[in-house]
Design a protein around this ligand. Structure first.
Ligand SMILES: [Zn+2]
Length: 262
């Protein structure tokens, strides 16, 4: 349908001078959602707000008002009962209308976009949290590889191969080991531990196996895990990985999935 009548109504409505059936019609049109009229109201409110802020306020001399009243009297036809002299309403009501229009437009726009802004805020917060988690994980990974590379530069470091056993014969592993600094185990092709379970690392010297921490593998079956050095830099004869409860155990109980050759 033709939008032109609403252009005038929007401008009139913006200064608070629309009433009667026209006001009802326009508000119904607005409630149905109209970007054009919304823009008009927003612009009008901004213009009026700018006008209200401008200094100094312009106060017309009394003669202007007298002249205005004279012209209104001369041009307004005989009124039907109950209708008001609209031009006078326009002139007198401008200051009040400025406040009313600014308030109305602000409330309308706020209500309309509040939900959208809320959704956007929640989405961006979730995204930021995810990026931070991923960044932390990447930093950790980089630190592991940097430390492992540093270890490899030390002539005392050794690389030990682990072979898959029992339930995961295709699993492979390498330990980069330094007797004083400890080292890292890198595993691949290890299936994800069942719920409630975790892989536990063991270093075995002359005495009982020593627990050396728990780890999980990623979606591709890989893991990198830090191994603390033995007390007093004692040598490790065997590195092994078993499948245990996720809380870990002090002595190996579950099946051995990786071990170094003796
Ligand atoms: Zn419209």
């Amino acid at each position: 349908m033709n939008h032109e009548p609403y252009d005038t109504l929007a401008a009139t409505y913006a200064v608070g001078a629309l009433d009667g059936q026209e006001r009802v019609d326009f508000e119904r049109h607005l409630a149905a959602g109209c970007d054009v009229c919304e823009a008009t109201l927003r612009e009008s409110a901004e213009a009026l707000a700018t006008l209200a802020r401008s200094r100094p306020p312009v106060i017309p001399p009394p003669t202007v008002k007298d002249e205005l009243m004279r012209r209104i009297a001369a041009t307004t036809p005989a009124r039907r009962g109950g209708s008001r002299p609209r031009p006078l309403v326009w002139a007198v009501g401008t200051v009040v209308a400025t406040i009313a229009a600014a308030g109305f437009t602000g409330t309308y726009v706020a209500t309309r976009y509040e939900a959208k802004l809320g959704v956007m805020a929640r989405e961006s917060a979730a995204l930021r949290a995810r990026v931070e988690r991923e960044e932390a994980a990447l930093r950790e990974q980089v630190a592991v590889y940097r430390n492992a590379a540093d270890l490899l530069r030390d002539p005392q470091a050794q690389v030990v191969t682990l072979r898959g056993l029992g339930p995961s014969p295709e699993a492979t592993g390498r330990v980069i080991w330094h007797p004083v600094n400890g080292g890292y185990v890198f595993v691949a092709n290890l299936p994800a531990a069942p719920p409630g379970k975790a892989y536990e690392m063991w270093t075995i010297g002359d005495s009982a196996p020593r627990p050396a921490g728990l780890f999980q593998v990623d979606a591709s079956g890989r893991a990198a895990h830090r191994i603390a050095p033995m007390e007093g830099g004692k040598p490790v004869k065997v590195f092994a990985v078993t499948l245990e409860t996720e809380a870990g155990v002090q002595q190996p109980q579950g099946p051995m999935v990786l071990a170094s050759a003796k």
